[in-house]
Design a protein around this ligand. Sequence first.
Ligand SMILES: NC(=O)C1=CN([C@@H]2O[C@H](COP(=O)(O)OP(=O)(O)OC[C@H]3O[C@@H](n4cnc5c(N)ncnc54)[C@H](OP(=O)(O)O)[C@@H]3O)[C@@H](O)[C@H]2O)C=CC1
Ligand SMILES: CCCCCCCCCCCCCCCC(=O)[C@@H](N)CO
Length: 324
Amino acid sequence: MATHSLLWLLIISCPVLFIVFLWWIVQPRPVKVPIKGRHVFISGGSSGIGLALAHMAAQEGARVSILARNASRLEEAKESVESSTGQEIKIYSADVRNFEEVKKVMDEAGPVDVLICNQGVFTPQEFELQSVDTMRSMVDINLMGTIHLIKAALPYMKRRRNGPPASIALMSSQAGQVGVYGYTAYSSSKFALRGLAEALQQELIVHNIRVSLIFPPDTNTPGLVEENKMKPEVTKLIAASSSSMEATEVAEKTLNGIKSGKFIITCNFDGFMLSIATAGMSPQTSPIMAFVEVIAAGIVRIVALCLLWSWYSTVHKWHNHQKK
Ligand SMILES: NC(=O)C1=CN([C@@H]2O[C@H](COP(=O)(O)OP(=O)(O)OC[C@H]3O[C@@H](n4cnc5c(N)ncnc54)[C@H](OP(=O)(O)O)[C@@H]3O)[C@@H](O)[C@H]2O)C=CC1
Ligand SMILES: CCCCCCCCCCCCCCCC(=O)[C@@H](N)CO
């Protein structure tokens, strides 16, 4: 009897002690990043996920600025956000590829509290068929554009002295966690954001700035409608491994993740599994999530290997079908 209860005590106390240990070591420490009354700057805010974010942030009482190239789409976005939320928002027309333009915008917009680098372009195509120019535009807009935005906004963000933490959020993709057929250039540009975010968080922690990385699945946006017109069949089949979402749902996950100071922000259950499979050396602020990552690692790796097996079967089947 006594050994029985001792055994139970051990079984229960081991995980509890382990969680306490994780709670003690996780870095950066968990924080809250308030949105209300703060300056939220969203690039690519005139369409899709960015526009949904602008609506939501304005609804929550943030001072919202959005940036994109096309001036008339910016005007439309401004009208729609203002009429539905009653909050005034600022619009800026610039191409993120041009650092001088971006810098001018940031000088004019004033200090940003929450910078959401969401602009992005995606053209899926087999590597051998895709032109170097198309590839370069994805890397330039998705990666260099993000670097330009942060570079221009950071000096002002760092000048904040006290007050709640600031935040820099980068819109990656599930194709930034796993390479996917047809996304050679796009996946490169989105994987790169992870390295950027991990290194940047180490540099900015002392300035009380939190970095977040968002990994959405296929999301119903004007961008996706365009993308689907030329998506290779194999890319469609593989991307269907994760269920698709609405822009408002992704925006909600994003904003909640930013407010909780999360480093990795996942959007659906598949994305949650993917984040465990690719936890790597990314920071984890939540001791519970750290616990789940450790306990589930082995089994999730098996699931990942099975999924890869099915993806490779798809590729082979398609290849054989094409040869016929
Ligand atoms: N939709 C999806 O399935 C998924 C999307 N994502 C990512 O989410 C983000 C938003 O995607 P989504 O809402 O679908 O995209 P949309 O195509 O609907 O919107 C893209 C936005 O980015 C702006 N933009 C594009 N290029 C530039 C540029 N050079 N300079 C400034 N602004 C630019 C566009 O405005 P304009 O053209 O006027 O400049 C527009 O506001 C992207 O980073 C994308 O990679 C991630 C996973 C899935
Ligand atoms: C271990 C368990 C794994 C769970 C399932 C993982 C499924 C991964 C599917 C990847 C799909 C990539 C979609 C990219 C969307 C995107 O960015 C484009 N629409 C362009 O915007």
